[in-house]
Design a protein around this ligand. Structure first.
Ligand code: MCA
Length: 481
């Protein structure tokens, strides 16, 4: 793969340049040939801005056809794409820019589009080897400081080929795409798989349940997070008739409850295919396309990928709960400029430690049981409590705080903050949530606690460590009642 992941994709869709690629409702479909041409313009525009091989390009832009062209332009130029959640605040973006040290930061979509219009296309595809960097995807860390997960051309290419095969993508598929494109899920998993099969993508700007339902009859495959499916379940029309052409509903990014899995099957006749992945290692396991999709499990290691579960002493175990570890061409080379964090995430024999806790059965089927840390997965987005706690604790009215993830009917899990008010400020407790929201102003809104609970003290063990598990048990129904 001398011309990297773009070369691989181009080789496939080169056979169908007239075929529709992205179809935004109400607009003419953008063909593969048109996207190829637009990405060449994006590459030309970037080169004109001084971007060259290996340079980072940070983008925080809305989902659009040109945003896809920019990503593909970066790949064909041999630069490194760094997508940022559009919800990040400018303080957060500044931090990422400082860390990634990009040659270009794209924040203004209309200026970019004008730039692409005027650019001389750069049609060549730069030669890239499998171990060359293609993207940095930021994930927050247990310390609250985000880390850039490095993904190579080899990681992206092999995972795309594997998924294309595992999920039996065909040229006549129509993929319903309502995911954001600043994550591995919507950008790489969805788009690469579609591009390899040269199929059409129904490209919706965001997830709006009614809009998705209205488009569902045109689609053959949908990829989503569990919240997408639970929101669809609230609509009466989400039933077998709407899924007449659907051959596959895929869910990932957060655990789908067995009951939601059953409810979707009961309503639509489609057994959701649940899979498991993460930014650092792309897609790792999948329930089978042909074969039993067992609710509450994430299936088997994808071909070519090793998955093991290790006990506390490091011994691989079967049938017992332990730490999930992964090895294979899907696993990225580590965290950008963080050799310490990279080393910490590897075992002595080179396996990647996912941070997820799970159990493998004798047949190799993986069930996830939780996470080692206290990360929250809210509506498919990762939220790190320490980042919120640090911001809350900086408020003069807060003596201390603890943020935990609790079950939430819409988001699966949502952040709740337990706050001990600073003595003497008790009179303001009613106003505190608004004041605290202000304090969190530098953090993206999706990270803000959905509920504040004022407590006299936080439960602690004899060592003084806050017992978050106890808070989770004691307040487990906070969002449910
Ligand atoms: C939005 N809000 C959220 C979330 N999304 N709060 C918590 N968790 C969320 N996920 C808040 C906003 O801050 C705002 O709060 C309010 O909800 C409404 O915002 P809006 O943008 O209108 O929300 P929405 O359109 O309803 O979005 C919810 C959503 C969306 C549909 C669940 O977040 C979504 O599509 N999530 C998918 C994420 C995803 O693709 N993850 C993949 C990453 P306020 O009113 O207070 O301002 S994981 C990955 O890539 C790995 C590799 C993998 O395995 O897939």
């Amino acid at each position: 793969m001398d011309s990297g992941v773009y070369g691989l994709l181009g080789q496939r869709f080169g056979r169908g340049m007239d075929r529709p690629f992205l179809r935004v409702p109400g607009e003419a479909a953008v063909t593969y040939g048109e996207m190829d041409a637009r990405s060449a313009q994006a590459a030309g525009w970037l080169a004109g801005q001084g971007v060259s091989v290996g340079d980072r390009v940070v983008a925080q832009i809305p989902k659009s056809v040109d945003a896809v062209a920019l990503y593909l332009g970066v790949l064909r130029l041999g630069a490194v794409y760094v997508p940022l959640n559009t919800a990040y605040t400018s303080a957060e973006v500044d931090w990422f820019v400082g860390d990634a040290e990009p040659a270009v930061v794209v924040l203004d979509e209309s200026a970019m589009t004008a730039g692409l219009d005027a650019a001389r296309p750069l049609r060549s595809v730069v030669e890239r080897q499998p171990d060359h960097l293609a993207a940095l995807v930021y994930t927050s860390g247990t310390t609250g400081r985000p880390k850039g997960a490095m993904l190579t051309h080899g990681n992206l290419a092999c995972n795309a080929l594997t998924l294309n095969e595992a999920w039996a993508f065909q040229p006549d598929d129509v993929l319903l795409h309502a995911l954001p494109i600043f994550h591995v899920h919507g950008l790489m998993v969805a788009l690469h798989t579609a591009m390899l099969s040269v199929c059409e993508v129904l490209f919706l700007e965001r997830f709006d349940a009614a809009e998705v339902l209205a488009r569902l009859p045109e689609a053959t495959v949908m990829m989503g997070v569990p919240t997408h499916y639970s929101r669809l379940m609230r609509l009466e029309g989400f039933a077998a008739a709407a899924c007449g052409r659907i051959r596959l509903l895929i869910s990932g990014s957060a655990p789908m409850t067995a009951s939601l899995h059953r409810d979707v099957a009961g309503r639509t006749g489609c057994e959701v295919l649940e899979r498991y992945g993460m930014s650092e290692a792309l897609m790792i396991t999948s329930n089978p396309y042909d074969g039993a999709r067992v609710a509450g499990t994430v299936g088997f290691a994808l071909p070519g990928i090793g998955v093991r579960v290790c006990a506390a002493d490091g011994r691989p175990v079967v049938g017992q709960v332990g730490m999930v570890q992964v090895q294979g061409p899907n696993v990225g080379p580590g965290y950008w400029r963080r050799p310490d964090a990279t080393a910490e995430s590897r075992t002595d024999d080179g396996w990647f430690i996912t941070g997820d806790v799970g159990r493998l059965d004798a047949g190799g089927r993986l069930t996830l049981e939780g996470r080692a840390g206290d990360m929250i997965i809210s509506g498919g987005l990762n939220v790190y409590p320490v980042e919120i706690e640090q911001a809350l604790d900086a408020h003069p009215a807060v003596a201390e705080s603890a943020v935990v993830g609790l079950r939430h009917p819409d988001l699966g899990e949502a952040a709740a903050a337990f706050v001990v008010a600073e003595p003497g400020t008790a009179a303001d407790v009613d106003e505190l949530p608004a004041a605290l929201a202000d304090t969190l102003g530098d953090l993206a809104r999706f990270k803000h606690p959905k509920r504040y609970v004022f407590v006299e003290s936080l439960p602690r063990n004899t060592m003084g460590k806050v017992l978050k598990a106890e808070l989770r048990v004691r307040h487990g129904r906070l969002f449910l009642d």
